[in-house]
Ligand binder design. Sequence first.
Ligand code: GLV
Ligand code: GLV
Length: 315
Amino acid sequence: MQEALDLIDESADMEVWPDENPPAPEVMREKASTVDGILTNIMDRVDGPLLDAAPRLKVISQLAVGLDNVDVAEATRRGIPVGYTPGVLAKATADVAFALLMSAARRISESERWVRDGQWTLAFHPLRWLGVDVHEKTLGIIGMGQIGLEMARRGRGFDMNIIYHSRSRRPDLEAEYGLVYVDLPTLLAESDFVSLHMPLTPETRHYIGEAELRQMKPTAILVNAARGPVVDSRALYTALKEGWIYAAGLDVTDPEPIPAADPLLTLENVVIAPHVGSASLASRGAMCMLAARNLIAGLEGNPLVRCANPEVYKA
Ligand code: GLV
Ligand code: GLV
């Protein structure tokens, strides 16, 4: 991470926001008014008013693959390229999604709480802590981008049957990885595990709501390592509480951080990680380097290494 800052420092005058909390919008607008480039993370809102306040801006470099905090259309309208960090975090994020899937299925977090609580007093009980198997089950993946594909590869390693639903069908991957494309109702009805890997957009907000949860098997597990708002969290609470589905594994919540009083935290059959999908040393390091390279390329007027709106170069 320091390496990425050093790289930027070598080619630009750099100011680093010193606080862990993001700047208030008016502070961000004031800072943006004099800069040629900004490096953002998912807590920073980059919208029309910010761009209006930044007449010199030549590049936005986002340290994430998700861009729901950035109004990419507004940036494109102004001819500003938006960098992001796909690819380098796909395996790490799928690892966390699969870890949540396994923890929810085999009740690892729940039973660990019980151990730490001093309740493990009988060495072994043949009928205690029974969960559900992962191997040879059906994994339904929604969103077949790079992270969805890595999730499919992990599922294949566990001898799972993989079905998927995605905005764009991927016949090339179907042949290579043995994936079967299905419509959403089929995916919901047939999957033992439903794993979400789509971006958050106006179309995917509450993509999984009451109607979808009711179509899932009562033994099914929902995994969300995408964005919290793609699931209607109130409906998810009811589904977990009333047993419409068996369990959930979440790396993302709505809102983030999840408030201490959120009813989901009262349930045992949900595993919640604090948005750590890409948080391995190596993957986060690679993201930082890619974000730095995108920023520098934009400052120097070169095409970004990974650009979310390459149409700006056609104008
Ligand atoms: C993290 O959530 C990302 O979008 O990279
Ligand atoms: C369980 O610990 C077993 O040996 O089957």
